[in-house]
Design a protein around this ligand. Structure first.
Ligand code: SIN
Length: 324
């Protein structure tokens, strides 16, 4: 008999491991409360799809995830992928910042030609009609499928597949909370089929072992009437780069121009992103006037990661530590 594929499952908490006092409570539960063993018990079908190697480096509500979590997860994922016997990797993660973790991994983790799939859930494991079990089963099925190899970091959610580089969380509570921005899904389940993926992958960025090595970059949300002293405060607090989530096509209000120009002239890069849920931010003459640059198709959260990695690379090989 052909042996089953070997899939490493790294659990990090989230709603998929959430527990509430009642089975109808889908809002005030505790994320990351249940051990991964409990989640696996709910999906006995996994036993016929893959042999699982399970790890749980931490179990948190992903609103509390930070750069340290990204780096720990990246290291554990890299170790798992480097093992010859590993065919694929699944990461269970809270949905609130899944977008950022997935993007960070897409920019820094070498999948070694193997499948890397993140998933989570919108309803806690204790809920009637919890969505976690199906998402888990689907993610493992994808990771065990040779067709997922070489597709970069994927996110499997609500029977759809997304490229981690274009993923956006677009809904606070719907079961299909994610979309692929301009690109849409890059695949579907039932039956599993891979369709198109977004832009070509960019070169992998090197990262340090230690989160203190990642430069601080903040995202500022610019509402009608927001004042530019926010930007000055962020720089004074230690931000080395800024992403502005701006109205429309990254439109910088006139009142912000002097502060932005001063920031960029002093060597603090400022990226124009958009508050809109999808679409590109295009180059504009304001960039020449103020020193800004557009983020393209990235969300503000993804643009922040890009800028962190860019500043890291600019600070030299000793700061960026490991090679990808
Ligand atoms: C979390 O992000 O950890 C909680 C919310 C969720 O997983 O949907």
């Amino acid at each position: 008999m052909t042996p089953l594929p070997s899939v490493t499952l790294i659990a990090t908490g989230g709603t998929i491991a959430g527990a509430a006092a009642s089975d109808t409570d889908t809002t005030t539960y505790t994320a990351g409360a249940l051990p991964v063993a409990t989640l696996l018990e709910a999906v006995p079908q996994l036993a016929s799809i893959a042999t699982l190697q399970v790890e749980q480096p931490f179990s948190i509500d992903s609103k509390d995830a930070d750069e340290r979590c990204w780096l720990t997860l990246r290291r554990r994922a890299a170790e798992a992928l480097a093992r010859q016997e590993t065919d694929g990797l699944v990461i269970l993660h809270g949905t609130d910042t899944l977008e950022e973790t997935a993007y960070f991994l897409a920019r820094t983790l070498d999948p070694c030609g193997k499948a890397v799939v993140l998933t989570g859930a919108m309803r806690p494991a204790t809920a009637l009609s919890a969505d976690g079990p199906m998402n888990l089963l689907d993610a493992v099925s994808v990771a065990a499928d040779p067709g997922a190899c070489g597709k970069g970091v994927l996110v499997c959610f609500d029977r759809k597949l997304y490229d981690a580089r274009s993923l956006r969380k677009r809904h606070t509570s719907a079961l299909d909370a994610f979309d692929g921005g301009e690109c849409g899904p890059c695949g579907h389940l039932a039956p599993l089929r891979f369709e198109r993926c977004s832009e070509p992958a960019r070169p992998l960025a090197a990262v340090p072992d230690d989160a203190s090595g990642l430069p601080r970059v903040e995202v500022l949300y610019v509402a009608a009437g927001s004042r530019p002293d926010l930007l000055t405060c962020a720089i004074q607090a230690g931000a080395r780069g800024l992403v502005l989530a701006l109205p429309g096509n990254g439109s910088l209000p006139d009142v912000w121009h002097p502060a932005v120009r001063a920031a960029t002239a002093s060597g603090v890069p400022v990226v124009r992103a958009s508050r809109c849920a999808s679409g590109r931010v295009s180059p504009h003459p304001v960039d020449a006037r103020t020193g800004t640059r557009p983020c393209g198709a990235c969300s503000p959260a993804a643009a922040r990661i890009d800028l962190m990695l860019e500043l890291l690379a600019a600070s030299g090989p000793s700061a960026s530590g490991q090679t990808p």
